[in-house]
Design a protein around this ligand. Structure first.
Ligand SMILES: [Zn+2]
Length: 939
């Protein structure tokens, strides 16, 4: 067993070595890193930068981007929020596309579209994203035209600006609530008086309501100019052709005369320690945040800089591991914590530590975080910690290198955006892999320890923030908060002990079983194996990725088999098993044993089924099978970790209902299902009193100690010949004791008739409308598609009318589906966040659109848009391992022939406007729905 994984690893190394022979020589420390050879970076005479790369994944697609180095930080006082408003206007009419034409055109070529869906605005940049098909020259040409319009042709008509105000104000309303209120206090301190605190991208309501059209046109004129722009073209295109198109569309852009200087805001240095306490009773959690000084640190494009980055990542990983382990105590100091060095905004970095607080409050959290920092600063890390962190890092590089020709265009583009905006080097994976292999082994413990010492300042100029509902005890003052930090610093810390771990899970593999039957399915490219214990395995080798194997297994059963007294034991059984580990390893120990392996696996007890899932790199499949084997057959019992989990869950539940939205969604569920105990609602602390360690273990073992009736699927870069003996060893040897493998219908049914409720919670003038239609359905794959078509054409109309025409909503819409289990049923729901004053209008307008669909059916063009986007995503999904494993499993659960996966395009083509109209009549019954509306509380 060890031998075979050794062989695989060696083969990978040899392969890597032979390819590396062709890589460029390693740079000297001071050398600037080269630009990846597969991307062409150029600059037009007007200063516009472009990035062009041919890439075949996904096929016949092109990722276009317009990146503008302009965001909210550049706004004048009369423009607060207009960088983002400009992004909205890019979809509201331009030189070549009238208002609404652009969105409609892109939908027609299968691009789901809308402002914010395909663009974002932040402090220092605005990014427009346009994924298009390359089937026709015309679509490509038009894609460049869209980008050109965004760069220089947005119309900004007065009346279009007027009608967009309502939508942006609704977007601002959606962001209101506890965290927004707390951030208003926090940001000025966090950015230490920098301009950043005054320029949040969403802007100010009064400016958005009243700005003069001239103000937004001025923003566009000043900042949308070629010397601040980049165009990115990555995908299925001839680079020479792409370059021609870039020149033709962007060469003519001109910079304004007397261009305003593009300056970056500075963050002033903090001069003193400061403690800040912010309370808000609607905050769902209490948080502690220690921000050490923010230091200016521009990107270092050299080889030495790359090495420094690796060192930072190594100590970050080790520190995170140590802090995670602090939560694995019976009385954890916090629910969750973290610390490390990270970017604040462009050009600034800082070390910070943060914790989600439990009922112990801020003092134990401060003690733990400060002491862990001190421990790292004074004693550094141990040799074996560094060894594991390096192994993990190298394995990650190996995987990325293996997938370098299977990388999505969008991932390349993301790298180029960082390069353009921040100067992050982009030497390409071939080079990066060579650098990591050359550098990582030589990084010494002394070097890492010195770096962490330099990163964690021991004393002054910290900003310490405590924020949340803070309802358990009188909140401290800022001064008391700082005193607690000082106190923590005065405590003595000791070094961590170095501990060695086994390097593999099992000393000895089980005596193998056999494969007793094998059946090939040519159409699907799958092979079904029957193992000697009756367990089935379906293999689907693919070339979608080079180093990715996904695994999943399923059978009926799940929580449904346990009585009402066991609801909470069953609900948390698999989560607790994951918390306690396997064999004699805690989860933290398991991580260490598996360091350097790319592998994960776990079991989940769902409502109606038992599931096992996992993933691994190609070289780590045997480890994956071992992990599954031990997790199923030898779950670990650990009272301390059990108590720790329960304590953390209780703490998390304590404030969970503070958010008005939590009570709202609970009311929706309890109204729909009449408070049925099986319907999960937001957890309450007392729920966890009902969870018992012995029973939880018993339930887990009852379901997972037997693999009877399980079908395992493996999809990805698997070599069937190599995998088979491993399956015989690890899966054919799983016990198959006799257990029930059918689910039980626990009788959860929605109410009948029209039921309306109101929830009054929250201080902000915000409402939310939830309307759910439910009932029995005739289930089939065709019916699933009709429902999906109905939901999607309705969403097109809701956006067009409620948002674009009436300005009543920013987001929201319909969602729904037809299900088979535990009985054939449907559910379709409207979720429409809006202003409290508009609730009745929103409901009336949504119902009117539904009635139109019932009376006239959808416009043929709308249905065509929906189908086009289905095809686009389906063809793409056919090249994804995750899609296949999900579909194979869904076919099993729903009783479909797996070949029906291949019939999707035919089923999609068969959906007619009349089908959608009939579905609208069937599923929207105005005598049978549940309506819950959230209003702000009185006073
Ligand atoms: Zn927006």
């Amino acid at each position: 067993m060890k031998l075979s994984s050794f062989k695989l690893a060696t083969a990978a190394a040899l392969l890597g070595a032979s390819l590396l022979a062709h890589a460029a020589p390693l740079p000297a420390p001071g050398d600037t890193l080269p630009v990846a050879p597969h991307v062409k970076v150029g600059k037009l005479p007007n200063g516009l930068t472009y990035y062009i790369q041919r890439n075949g994944r996904p096929e016949k697609r092109l990722e276009l981007r317009l990146v503008v180095k302009a965001g909210s930080i550049l706004e004048d006082e009369d423009q607060l929020g207009l960088a983002h408003f400009t992004e909205h206007m890019a979809f509201n009419g331009s030189t070549h596309f009238k208002r609404h034409e652009l969105v409609s055109y892109l939908q027609s070529i299968g691009v789901k579209f809308g402002r914010d869906l395909n663009a974002y605005t932040s402090f220092d940049q605005t990014v427009y994203m346009l994924p298009i098909p390359t089937d026709s020259k015309e679509a490509v040409e038009k894609g460049f035209l869209v980008l050109e319009d965004w760069a220089s042709g947005i119309t900004f008509n007065d009346e279009d600006i007027e009608s967009e105000r309502g939508i942006v104000l609704e977007e601002l309303r959606m962001g209101k609530g506890a965290s927004d209120r707390m951030n208003q206090v926090l940001y000025p301190k966090l950015f230490n008086g920098s301009r950043y605190a005054e320029r949040l991208p969403i802007g100010k309501a009064d400016v958005l309501r009243t700005f003069k059209p001239e103000a937004i046109r001025r923003f566009y004129r000043d900042w949308y100019r070629p010397d601040l722009m980049a165009v990115m073209v990555v995908g299925d295109i001839d680079p020479a052709e792409a370059e021609k198109l870039v020149k033709a569309h962007f060469g003519k852009l001109k910079n304004p005369a007397n261009a305003r200087p593009r300056e970056y805001a500075a963050i002033p240095e903090r001069k003193t320690d400061e403690g800040l306490v912010i309370t808000d009773r609607e905050a769902p959690a209490d948080v502690l945040y220690i921000r050490y000084p923010i230091v200016p640190q521009p990107e270092d494009p050299t080889y030495a800089g790359y090495r420094r980055d690796l060192v930072e990542k190594l100590y970050g990983a080790m520190l995170s591991q140590r802090i995670m382990e602090l939560t694995q105590q019976a009385d954890p100091p916090f629910i969750q914590g973290g610390s490390g060095t990270g970017k604040v905004v462009r050009g600034y970095r800082s070390f910070s530590a943060t914790a989600l607080l439990g009922k112990g409050g801020h003092v134990p959290a401060i003690n733990a975080l400060v002491q862990e920092g001190e421990r790292a600063r004074q004693f550094g890390f141990t040799a074996s910690e560094l060894d594991r962190a390096k192994k993990t890092m190298l394995r990650n590089y190996e995987r990325m290198y293996a997938e370098r020709d299977k990388t999505d265009s969008a991932a390349f583009v993301a790298e180029y955006i960082r390069n353009f905006l921040e100067g992050e080097p982009m030497p390409g994976m071939q080079n990066e892999y060579a650098y990591a292999q050359a550098l990582v082994p030589g990084i010494t413990l002394e070097e890492v320890n010195a770096a962490v010492r330099a990163a964690i300042p021991s004393d002054d100029k910290k900003l310490v923030i405590l924020m949340g509902a803070l309802k358990d005890r009188a909140p401290p003052t800022g001064t008391e908060l700082l005193a607690a930090i000082d106190q923590a610093h005065r405590q003595t810390v000791t070094a961590r002990e170095d501990k060695a771990y086994a390097s593999s899970l099992l000393d000895k593999p089980p005596a193998p079983g056999r494969i007793v039957a094998e059946q090939e399915n040519k159409a699907l490219g799958t092979t079904e194996l029957t193992l000697s214990n009756g367990v089935k395995v379906v293999l689907k080798p693919t070339d979608f990725r080079n180093d990715q194997v996904l695994m999943s297994a399923v059978r009926f059963g799940g929580q449904s088999l346990f009585g009402d007294a066991d609801i909470f034991n069953a609900r948390y059984a698999s989560a607790l098993a994951a918390q306690m580990g396997a064999l004699n390893y805690s989860p933290a120990d398991l991580q260490k044993v598996l360091a350097g392996k790319s592998v994960s696996a776990g079991a989940t007890l769902s409502d109606l089924s038992d599931n096992v899932s996992g993933s691994a790199g190609s070289a780590d499949i045997e480890t994956l099978l071992q992990l599954i084997h031990v997790k199923l057959t030898q779950p670990r019992r650990d009272e301390m970790l059990f108590n720790s989990f329960i304590a953390r869950q209780r703490d998390m539940a304590r404030n969970a209902l503070a958010r008005p939205e939590a009570e709202f969604s609970d009311t929706v569920r309890t109204t729909l299902y009449g408070d049925h105990p099986r319907v999960a609602r937001t957890p309450r602390p007392e729920d966890f009193d009902k969870v018992q360690l012995d029973r939880v273990q018993q339930i887990y073992r009852e379901r997972f100690a037997s693999a009877k009736g399980m079908t395992f699927y493996f999809v990805g870069s698997v070599d069937a010949a190599k995998l088979k003996p491993l399956l015989a060893t690890y899966l054919a040897t799983l016990p198959v004791g006799d257990i029930p493998v059918a689910y039980r219908d626990t009788g959860v049914r929605p109410v009948r008739g029209v039921v309306k409720k109101e929830v009054r919670r929250g201080k902000e003038p915000k409402s939310n409308v939830s309307i759910t239609f439910t009932g029995d359905a005739a289930f089939s794959q065709a019916e699933q598609l009709r429902m999906q078509a109905l939901v999607e054409v309705l969403n097109i109309k809701l956006t067009e009318v409620l948002r674009e025409q009436l300005g009543l909503i920013y987001g929201g819409g319909a969602s729904g589906g037809v299900g088979k289990l535990p009985y054939p049923n449907y559910s379709v729901a409207l979720a429409l966040p809006c202003g409290p004053e508009n609730v009745d209008r929103v409901i009336a307008a949504a119902f009117a659109e539904i009635r139109k669909l019932q009376e006239n059916g959808p416009a043929a063009a709308d249905l065509a848009k929906v189908k086009q986007s289905w095809l686009t995503s389906h063809r793409r999904a056919l090249r994804e391992n995750a899609f296949w494993i999900g579909q194979l499993q869904a076919a099993q659960l729903n009783g479909f022939a797996p070949e029906s996966i291949l019939g999707f395009e035919e089923r999609a083509a068969a959906v007619t406007p009349a089908d959608v109209q009939a579905a609208a009549q069937r599923y929207f019954d105005f005598d049978n729905y549940v309506q819950v509306v959230l209003y702000p509380e009185a006073g």
